[in-house]
Design a protein around this ligand. Structure first.
Ligand code: ZN
Length: 431
């Protein structure tokens, strides 16, 4: 148990860090780390590395060499800092992605200046997730300044490319062993989920391109060709009439938000069929011999990945059987397995405890409809306990005039610091 006067000291230090928190957030927002292409990673990592070193952290800069997106023009840099207590014990790790999405239209404030107005800090990435990074760093700073890291270790990593899949970021670090159970026990990703919610995990994803092929022929004699668009029409009808109702009946036990994401879903991302239309708008007088569909299947933790793919293959088999001359192929684009941390994990319980103390209402446990870096940490790394918990309103992410509330950052910094302190002194973990 953590003593009450220790907690008041910790919280007083966080309250006293308000100005430091705001200027840290502003500094982070002033690096326009837009991805794609993945700009300014090195500069923001240098800044974070100095911040961590100034507080006694052992810092490493890790470039994801050999990753497809890594280049000399846009190197994929990551930074990791570790603080050790005197006594051996568990490690609590905070992971935040340093990249932001493109600016887009509709801004009324400059997106990379860290404008402060009405208790908010504005900028691209303020809520997703430089505000969360700043809050977790202030939590670490407060634990260190209060002399509370007596046992175990604290870590922070700033990682690249979350917005484009995380392969050169958290995924790379996980494959390099930085998220092995031997060195990390609990991971908190301060993504913007409202400071009273804990996100346990996310659904799985399968992106694939399905191509249907037929036979080319003269447009005036379609009976001499085999139309791939007609074959694709058959597939779309089968998916709509046969597969969609089945997907809609599969409900996950994961607390996905919004409610609709508790079911298995499939989206048609794009479709292209036939010859490209020429610039003057006159169509090519040929039978379409190919048609491509990109589909986005989100699957549940209760579903089997092979079966997810198998049911598309089965429908394609029916399309092929029904129309002579039709064939198909499938190209895998990307897939991630679903992941969920157990609600009774000490990580979840300690966050829940401190959320309830601070907000005077129970925490809500949620799961995300889309994926984030948790999959790398739990699937490629061997850390079992990983959640997303951080300040900011999820709906503001990727929007113009994105902002983060300063009070929200302070509150979530308190929850993160107190939960980390509880976990560091947990005697059953890593004993
Ligand atoms: Zn994010």
């Amino acid at each position: 148990m953590v003593a009450a006067d220790t907690i008041s000291r910790l919280f007083a230090r966080i309250d006293a860090s308000r100005a430091a928190l705001v200027s840290l957030t502003q500094d982070l927002l002033r690096f326009p780390t837009i991805n794609p292409p993945g700009a300014d990673y090195r500069a923001i990592c240098a800044y974070l590395g100095e911040w961590l070193e100034a507080r006694g952290g052992a810092v490493r800069h890790i470039r994801a060499l050999g990753e497809p997106d890594d280049s000399e023009a846009f190197p994929r840099w990551n930074v990791i800092g570790r603080f050790e207590g005197a006594e051996a014990g568990p490690c609590v790790h905070f992971n935040g992605h340093i990249d932001v999405v493109e600016v887009g239209l509709g801004w009324t404030v400059p997106p990379f200046e860290g404008v402060v107005k009405d208790g908010r800090v504005y900028g691209r990435g303020a809520c997703d997730m430089k505000g969360g990074i700043a809050a977790s760093l202030i939590a670490i700073d407060a634990l260190l300044a209060c002399g509370l890291l007596t046992r175990g270790a604290l870590e922070f990593s700033g990682t690249a490319d979350e917005e484009s899949g995380g392969f050169g970021g958290a995924g790379y670090l996980a494959r390099q062993g930085f998220f092995d159970r031997s060195r990390v026990d609990h991971v908190i990703i301060p993504e913007p989920l409202n400071p009273d919610r804990i996100c346990l995990g996310h659904r799985g994803v399968w992106w694939a391109e399905v191509e249907i092929t037929g036979a080319i022929g003269h447009g005036a004699m379609p009976f001499l060709g085999v139309n791939a668009i007609a074959g694709m029409g058959d597939l779309l009808a089968l998916i709509e009439k046969d597969l969609m109702p089945r997907l809609g009946n599969r409900v996950t036990a994961m607390p996905c938000m919004p409610e609709g994401a508790r079911r298995a879903t499939l989206n048609f991302n794009s479709i292209h069929g036939g010859q490209p239309e020429p610039g003057d708008g006159r169509p090519a007088p040929v039978v379409a011999d190919r048609c491509r569909l990109v589909l986005d299947r989100r699957y549940l933790v209760e579903e089997d990945f092979a079966a997810v793919k198998g049911e598309i293959v089965e429908l394609l088999g029916r399309v092929k059987a029904a129309r002579a001359g039709i064939d198909y192929s499938i190209r895998e684009i990307m897939s991630f397995e679903p992941t969920m941390t157990a609600p009774d994990a000490p990580l979840v319980q300690s966050l829940e405890h401190w959320i309830e103390k601070l907000f005077d209402r129970p925490a809500s446990l949620v799961a995300s409809p889309g994926t984030y870096d948790q999959k790398h940490i739990t699937r490629h790394g061997s850390v079992q306990a990983c959640v997303a918990y951080g300040p900011g309103i999820l709906d503001l992410a990727h929007q113009p005039d994105e902002w983060i509330g300063i009070d929200d950052m302070l509150a979530s910094a308190k929850v993160m610091a107190a939960a980390a302190l509880t976990l560091l002194h947990e005697r059953t973990e890593n004993a």
